[in-house]
Write a protein that binds this ligand. Sequence first.
Ligand SMILES: NC(=O)c1ccc[n+]([C@@H]2O[C@H](COP(=O)([O-])OP(=O)(O)OC[C@H]3O[C@@H](n4cnc5c(N)ncnc54)[C@H](O)[C@@H]3O)[C@@H](O)[C@H]2O)c1
Length: 391
Amino acid sequence: MVGYAFMGAAHSQAWRTVNRVFDLPVRARMALICGRDESKVADAAGRLGWEGHTTDWRELIARDDIDIVDVCTPGDSHAEITIAALEAGKHVLCEKPLANTVEEARAMVAAAAKAQTVGVRAMCGFNYRRVPAVSLMRELVASGRLGVIRHVRAVYLQDWITDPQFPLVWRLQKDKAGSGALGDIGAHIIDLTQFVTGQRITGVSAITETFVKERPLPAESSGLAASADGAGAATGQVTVDDAAVFVARLDGGGLATYEATRFATGRRNALRVEINGSLGSVAFDLERLNELEFYDAAEPGVEQGFRRILVTEGDHPYMAAWWPPGHIIGYEHSFTHELRDFLAAVAAGSDPTPSFTDALQVQLVLDAVARSAELGSSWTGVEPVPAPVTA
Ligand SMILES: NC(=O)c1ccc[n+]([C@@H]2O[C@H](COP(=O)([O-])OP(=O)(O)OC[C@H]3O[C@@H](n4cnc5c(N)ncnc54)[C@H](O)[C@@H]3O)[C@@H](O)[C@H]2O)c1
């Protein structure tokens, strides 16, 4: 694994758990974790359960006893590490968004395609696909229970930088993060809605805003856990969007709206999606992730209404491996499910999803949104990618 902070910890939790919960033909050994600071990565290795640590990711790639590289760093290093790992014959799980630019994402897709010819697999970490209620939404759409999809309404709302004194962490720097709320959390709702509907965004009209344009430089590079207390006296420019709002068309004829912001005061991590079809609707809220709201227009008129499905039954996606019905799961389980699917695909010699091509398609949407916003919200088509969105 490369990176030991937020995603490093979340993925480590999943690596520790996956073989204890799911019956898989391969067993993960947590061999080596990489970070740039020797004492911090040594501490992280002990805390997170890794056998060894290093300050140079090239060591992971050089070692013969390492088969999988899990990339949990900011976007500016995804392409370099991932391409080197694939070329060395390592299976790769890379965090989202796949890259900071379309160009990098294309290079990663090319490396994955070449690696695939010798049985090496690549996957991008859009973990919310693996929330059981989200998988169930997809199954309901795929089985026709919603009919023709007319509307997709998706928001991802956070509020961690509303304080103008919050420091200029890497997520607020374009060279490190690629974009702001758009690529960080907008990417999730783009992937999730396309995954659930099986439809792709064909074009967008967008507005973006950077509400606080200058911020104190952080005392040291820090992630989401930083606070205004960690800020120094010097300031620097915020070079990414604080919020992105866009409308989109789907290739199945539906209309979609998206909002991604870090300025929704009081909303800590509110990912909400509603989908309306000709025969029914579903609504999902990550803050109540064990639940799915379902409206079935085929029910008798007097009984119609949204009902709550508690997605904890043994025949709900992923749930047979966990607890008895009604015993809820949480955020971290989405990563365990992600690794379960990744390891199962690697063991079976099949391609895990979302593929790098799926993630490139998300990158093309992000790019279209950014270009539309720059051009005064002008309608901007999303370049199609050859392969279908994979399940
Ligand atoms: N799937 C999700 O829900 C989710 C949530 C948060 C972040 N992410 C993604 O995960 C990635 C990491 O985000 P994070 O929140 O964990 O960031 P973070 O700041 O918490 O951690 C980044 C880690 O990468 C390390 N790092 C940075 N550059 C490195 C390099 N060149 N070599 C080795 N280590 C390096 C840092 O030391 C740190 O350990 C990003 O791509 C982000 O978009 C995904």
